[in-house]
Design a protein around this ligand. Structure first.
Ligand SMILES: Cc1cc2nc3c(=O)[nH]c(=O)nc-3n(C[C@H](O)[C@H](O)[C@H](O)COP(=O)(O)OP(=O)(O)OC[C@H]3O[C@@H](n4cnc5c(N)ncnc54)[C@H](O)[C@@H]3O)c2cc1C
Length: 870
């Protein structure tokens, strides 16, 4: 400790004199040949023919931009140009700690990590450039029972991916990391293929590969202006000349906001200070026979790895202590900032240093020889933004990388496949740049980045909620009335009730891997809807209007369903050219040639971009307007919903006059409303679309009118239980870009024989002909105080054969219920499988869906059987 403090004091004295220090240190590679050659680091513009046109211009020569250049060129794209303002790696890349891991708590981001690591293993052979890749493995340490649960939760989410991962006991942890103080260690998550790479050499190897396959890498060549041209191409201006590009990609790390501003975007990014400390040789480390695995102490919130014969240690401070570089957002990045670092600050990380010394006692005797403090670009939710940007043509981004070294390979491949193939190779909605919008202000971004950094190692519970920066400007007209009565969830900037409190309830957000405080209140809301009538705030839906000369032809081309008749609504899917489900929308044909399209809150701009691009590509004359912020939505559902609404309107709401899936502009309580007879609960109900400023008045009128029927609120958790019992699929869980609509059981919504050549039709015909390899099934199981969430492993005869997609407790049958993908041969009703929940396999059975019939079906069957209740 004393030594650390002494060194710290010496260092602080030195560093105070030089606030922006040029820092010669970068993590080592044991192989001297990985140091970049002179040829690679010097200017590559001089003496080269400047290209005036390019298919793709990538702006930024960090690991991300260079990886994309490598992958595009390798995939055969001609005319790939990368422009770098100073030299390759001169942003965050050169000084990164270089950690690589197969682990990611998300689902498809595991694929990105997997691809990167596999690529890095082979890159030296392919390019002749050593990359200093070490794979001693890694262990995430659990030192509390909750952490053990978390690791078990992650095991079931990880098993259906190809990389090996093991939950190991203390004995094995000690064997792998003999320098550990085992006092608190309960278990570890072991990833044998993890390790670290020299980020500089990695980028140089990717650059060598990119050049080998024909990409041009120019530096110094700073992009100073970007001008969109009428045909969708871009003029990219640099002091060296202008290039006309069919597509541009912003990969400029912590300068990404500045490049975005050239075309009027305020990308929600902010640099944070991240530090790591390197020690001198430690005799006990030197004496080891093999390299130590990378250690991640989740409670201490730091990573630690071997660096030569010493250790490298990187903490994540709590949000109150971490440091944002806000001035770079308000005033811009200082023009001269290149291969510099921030002033280090050991005081800020002292509690993590102490935690590390307790966990790895040899650190107490270690001398610090280096502290690196550099900028990492954070987005509000810490995840990068990768893909085409809505609102402008042919502008792609690959920005906001907090862990760009491990992401570089996979993201380069992902974006290259997307650009070359016209659709994402797999679903990565969590990285969609269009998940943010106007509501993502700089203030919000700063608060969220602070939270995200501080929460780097917090327990990752299912149904996690984070409260930083809330509420945004996106609150519905009843937010103030409801906010103290319920536990709110956050959806694309909106606040939406998850579940409601009653006297005696244990209130608030109490996350758990098991059933928790909302379990019984949700049962109450479930029966409220099944037996009486409930109201839900659905304002967060994304809403678009489509009209114009070609509206019908346009929508017939983008949707796989036939268009609803005027005055009716249906569920329609936008498919990708490969026949995957890009989006699911509710389509209402309000007036001849005028449509209202409704999508989930998380996919508003994601869907809008797809629609806008399809309209441009096909030269359809349509007006697409995003009315999300202008329109409020209330849902009313349950057997008494008709009686309640009928009190407020002169329009006949009887089954004969207002049929299931009919949509009408009517007046409710004197307010203009587009009423659609539809409910995601599967019960009798309406969705009421209205002016957002009318929400409170409409809500109060409905609640007053419903008093005699015992009306009450319900939230999205009850809605989820209701929809799963009815076997309604959810976009983003049961269907996405990884699934085709036939395996997802959506055939009722797909019209392969409709005349229009809709996007994905041919692919789907082929898929149908070839037969399905897997199918979505409904499973029930009896568990102990834990329910499936989605993404758990499904087992059969000792092997993982599939995965759940979402789940719930079924309040009507007192069992757990899940959707799951299983091989077609195991998809028949009655098939027995197992679902792994918190380390235990529970027997599950494929059931005939739905578990509970929908109200329209019950009604129809009642009529067919002459009124007998079923
Ligand atoms: C201390 C520290 C430790 C880290 N450790 C790890 C780790 O262990 N593992 C991990 O995965 N990640 C780690 N990271 C994060 C990682 O460094 C970044 O995520 C990654 O380097 C981002 O790469 P990038 O290509 O997006 O951006 P950058 O590397 O910043 O590259 C952007 C490039 O764009 C160029 N540019 C900017 N503006 C223009 C313009 N107008 N015209 C032309 N060019 C321009 C810049 O000069 C720069 O070279 C660490 C970061 C820090 C600070």
């Amino acid at each position: 400790m004393l030594r650390v403090l002494r060194v710290r004091n010496q260092l602080l004295t030195a560093l105070h004199a030089a606030p922006c220090l040029h820092h010669p240190f970068r993590p080592y590679s044991r192989d001297p040949s990985t140091q970049g050659s002179v040829e690679e680091t010097q200017s590559s513009v001089l003496g080269k023919r400047w290209k005036d046109t390019a298919e793709t211009v990538i702006i930024g020569g960090g690991c991300i931009g260079v990886s994309l250049a490598y992958h595009l060129a390798k995939a055969g794209m001609k005319d790939v140009v990368l422009l770098e303002k100073s030299e390759l790696t001169a942003g965050s890349t050169w000084h990164a700690a270089g950690l690589t891991t197969y682990f990611h708590p998300g689902i498809n981001l595991k694929k990105i990590h997997y691809y990167s690591i596999r690529l890095y293993e082979d890159l030296e052979e392919e390019t002749g450039q050593a990359v200093g890749f070490h794979t001693p493995g890694s262990i995430r340490i659990a030192s509390t029972p909750t952490r053990v649960d978390e690791l078990k939760y992650q095991m079931t989410r990880g098993r259906w991916h190809p990389n090996p991962q093991y939950l190991i006991g203390p004995e094995k942890v000690r064997e792998l990391f003999p320098l550990l103080n085992m006092d608190k260690v309960l278990s570890g998550l072991y990833n044998p293929g993890d390790g670290h790479i020299d980020p500089y050499s990695l980028t140089m190897a990717l650059a060598a590969g990119a050049r080998k396959y024909g990409a041009q890498l120019y530096f110094p060549a700073s992009v100073t202006n970007l001008t969109p041209l009428i045909d969708g191409t871009w003029n990219v201006e640099t002091p060296q000349g202008t290039i006309r590009a069919n597509r541009i990609v912003n990969a400029t790390g912590f300068w990404a906001r500045e490049v975005g501003k050239l075309i009027g975007f305020e990308h929600p990014l902010i640099p944070v200070h991240h530090q790591y400390v390197v020690t001198a040789t430690i005799p006990e480390v030197k004496a080891l026979k093999k390299e130590l695995p990378v250690l991640r102490d989740l409670e201490g919130s730091y990573y630690l790895r071997q660096e030569r014969d010493g250790l490298l240690f990187g903490p994540y401070e709590a949000r109150e202590k971490m440091r944002l570089q806000e001035s770079w957002v308000t005033e811009g990045v200082p023009p001269g900032f290149g291969k510099e670092l921030f002033e280090s600050d050991l005081d800020r990380i002292m509690e993590h240093v102490e935690a590390a010394m307790e966990m790895v006692p040899v650190l107490k005797k270690a001398d610090i020889i280096n502290i690196v403090s550099g900028p990492i670009t954070y987005s509000p939710d810490i995840l990068p933004m990768a893909g085409p940007h809505q609102g402008v043509q042919n502008y792609w981004v690959a920005i906001g990388f907090g862990y760009g070294i491990v992401h570089a390979g996979g993201i380069g491949k992902f974006l290259s496949d997307w650009i070359m193939g016209g659709e994402p190779p797999f679903d990565l909605i969590e990285l969609d740049p269009n998940r943010y919008g106007k509501w993502t202000t700089t203030h919000y971004t700063a608060l969220k980045a602070r939270e995200s950094y501080g929460f780097n190692n917090i327990v990752g519970y299912p149904k996690e909620e984070r409260f930083g920066g809330r509420p945004t400007e996106r609150v519905s007209g009843i937010y103030d009335v409801l906010k103290t009565k319920c536990s709110m969830g956050f959806h694309a900037g909106w606040e939406q009730p998850h579940w409601f409190y009653k006297p005696g309830d244990d209130v608030g957000y109490k996350p758990s891997f098991r059933r928790t405080n909302w379990f019984e209140p949700v049962r109450r809301e479930y029966y409220q809807v099944m037996e009486k009538v409930g109201v839900i705030d659905l304002t967060p839906f994304g809403k678009f209007t489509v009209k114009g000369r070609d509206a019908v032809n346009f929508l017939d081309h983008v949707f796989a369903n036939t268009l609803p008749k005027v005055g009716f609504t249906n569920i329609s899917h936008m498919l990708t050219p490969r026949g995957r489900v890009y989006a699911e929308l509710t389509v209402s044909h309000l007036l001849p040639g005028e449509f209202l399209l409704v999508t989930g809150s998380g996919s508003e701009l994601h869907d809008l971009r797809w629609l806008e691009e399809a309209a441009v590509r096909n030269q359809h004359n349509v007006e697409i307007a995003n009315v999300t912020d202008a329109v409020g939505v209330l849902g009313i559902a349950g057997p008494h919903s008709r009686d309640v609404l009928q009190k407020l309107t002169a329009v006949d709401l009887s089954d004969a006059s207002f049929k299931f899936l009919q949509s009408k502009k009517i007046s409710i309580a004197g307010l203009p409303v587009t009423a659609i007879r539809i409910s995601y609960t599967g019960e009798l109900g309406w969705e009421l679309y209205h002016r957002r400023e009318d929400t409170l008045k409409l809500y109060n009128s409905i609640m007053d009118a419903g008093q005699e029927h015992g009306i009450d609120n319900f939230g999205t958790y009850a809605m989820n239980a209701l929809r799963l019992e009815k076997a309604f699929r959810a976009w983003g869980a049961e269907m996405n870009c990884d699934t085709n609509p036939l395996e997802a059981g959506l055939q009722h919504f797909i019209r392969l024989n409709k005349p229009a050549d809709f996007i994905g039709k041919q692919a789907l015909q082929r898929i149908k002909k070839e037969g399905l390899k897997r199918k979505l099934v409904c499973l029930t199981m009896e568990t102990e105080n834990v329910d499936p969430e989605g993404n758990e492993s499904v087992w059969y005869h000792g092997k993982v054969i599939g995965n759940t997609t979402s789940g719930t407790y079924s309040y009507s049958t007192s069992k757990s219920l899940a959707f799951a993908y299983v091989p077609t041969r195991l998809s028949t009703v009655g098939q027995k499988v197992e679902v792994e929940l918190l380390g235990k396999n529970y027997p599950a059975i494929v059931i005939q869906e739905p578990l509970v019939l929908t109200e329209p079906t019950r009604n129809r069957m009642k009529k067919q059987t002459g009124g007998t209740n079923l």
